[in-house]
Write a protein that binds this ligand. Structure first.
Ligand code: UD1
Length: 431
């Protein structure tokens, strides 16, 4: 196993290219199953989660051709026929987003067998909404030995009006894909409005889907009989951009986040501005730098888009650990998404968790320590903390980082960080 060693104290400056969004690419790749024609995506990030979905799609009969080292980062997916309707536990357990094949398989084939997912250990993360919206479209669903077994009546899925009880990105995406090929009209209310949902909807429209209300919380879909191939560029990763904006802020640096878009980061930009970090639009990207000498304690509450994203909560807490004054971080999307707190405490942070809130009192200096993170965003927060800690920080279990951050060390090194990936002699089981 590998670990990452960071030597704190460097100021980050320069241009940081922002990759295609993992969370946009995953549903897009799944949508390619909807058609028997080839679909080509560009700007596909080279990440472990993308490889997992690629393997899953290949298991269903997709021919996948991926050139991660080419400039276009193109992935061509062609599924002339679906050869298997089963998404096996071995793959699905490693990544929750695997459940996104449910909608496409049901829409195209009228049946699917998908293992119940695993993924990051944040809260209980059920899939009840994914299942109940498919039921609203007429699917019959049973749970058998850890698998969701779903089939449609003769004639396939039937469009319907469905109101999500809570905003869910994944369930909205699954529903959009299914409704695109259901008979008649579907109306999805209280739908997620995240830029990744918009990217999927725009790609589906290129494939021939009829969707109204894109970007709003009410999506109206007129089902079509078949969808065709298309080319689509994956949107830039707003979470990666937000993470590097915080890296600039925490190190008193100056980063140009190439390809990042302010309209995808308004809530984070407001919170950062209050904390003393400016995020401003420039041609082709965003510039992140301190707007005043010190960081200031700033409260945030995570919410569905356009609110402050839960996927930036941990990183913002890292920033608050070294801000002047106190801040309250409220996590309203997921239970149990404070696993980074004990690790930050090991580095000398002052944080108290009360239910879904964390009260952070800034300290003048964090201290390097060996740390271990248990999910993707928690892991990258330890890297951010390591960038300004006194001495060396080693981050263990870095497979979480590889799931979601493309070439993290190379990118950070290129803007001045002292960071290395090295063998982990304390954890040599090779997994
Ligand atoms: C996606 C993102 C993830 C992000 C999250 C919230 C991907 C691949 N992942 O995850 O990085 O943190 O959005 O922005 O895009 N819920 C239910 N029942 C369901 C589904 C969800 O109760 O069937 C609840 C969840 O437990 C959670 C809330 O809804 O409390 C939001 O989850 P959801 O938006 O579905 O997250 P994901 O799509 O899994």
């Amino acid at each position: 196993m590998k670990r990452i060693r960071i030597t704190g104290g460097s100021r980050l400056a320069g241009t940081m290219p922002i990759s295609g969004a993992k969370n946009a690419a995953l549903p897009l790749l799944a949508a390619a199953l909807l058609t028997d024609e080839p679909v080509t995506f560009t700007n596909v990030p080279n990440l472990a989660d993308i490889r997992t979905l690629q393997a899953l799609l290949e298991g269903h009969g997709a021919e996948v051709d991926y050139a991660p080292n080419s400039a276009a980062k193109a992935m061509r997916i062609h599924t002339p026929i679906i050869t298997s309707h089963t998404a096996h536990y071995d793959l699905v357990r490693t990544m929750r987003a695997s459940v996104l094949v449910l909608g496409p398989l049901l829409a195209r084939e009228g049946r699917a067998k998908v293992s119940l997912p695993g993924g990051c250990a944040i809260g209980s993360r059920p899939v009840d909404l994914h299942l109940s919206v498919m039921e609203a479209f007429g699917a019959e669903i049973e749970l058998e030995e850890g698998y969701v077994v779903a089939k449609t009546p003769a004639g396939g899925l039937q469009g319907a009006t469905y109101v999500f009880r809570t905003v869910s990105v994944g369930a909205t995406e699954n529903a959009l894909m299914a409704a695109s090929m259901a008979r008649g009209t579907s109306v999805l209310k209280n739908a997620a409005r995240e830029p990744e949902v918009v990217d999927l909807a725009e790609c589906l429209v290129k494939m021939g889907a009829k969707i109204d209300g894109i970007g709003s919380d009410t999506l109206t879909i007129e089902g079509v009989e078949r969808l065709r191939g298309c080319e689509h560029q994956v949107v830039a990763d707003r979470i990666e951009a937000g993470t590097f904006a915080m890296a600039a802020g925490i190190t008193d640096g100056d980063l140009f986040l190439k390809n990042a878009r302010l309209e995808h980061l308004e809530a984070a930009a407001s919170a950062l501005a209050a904390a003393g970090v400016s995020l401003t639009a420039e041609s082709g990207g965003l510039r992140a730098q301190r707007s005043r000498g010190t960081l200031h304690g700033t409260d945030i509450t995570t919410e569905p888009f356009p609110g402050f994203p839960t996927d930036l909560q941990a990183q913002f807490m890292g920033l608050m650990c070294v801000a002047e004054g106190a801040s309250v971080i409220n996590e309203h999307i997921f239970e149990n998404r404070f696993m980074h707190v004990p690790e930050l405490l090991r580095m000398g942070a002052d944080i108290r968790v009360e239910g879904r809130s964390a009260i952070v009192k800034g300290v003048p200096q964090l201290k390097g320590a060996p740390v271990m993170a248990t999910d993707l965003r928690a892991s990258v927060t330890m890297v951010l903390a390591g960038l300004i800690a006194d001495g060396d920080t080693t981050v263990h279990r870095i497979y979480h980082l590889d799931r979601g951050y493309e070439q993290l060390e190379d990118k950070l090194k290129a803007v001045g960080a002292r960071i290395e990936r090295e063998n982990d002699p304390t954890n040599g089981n090779g997994s």
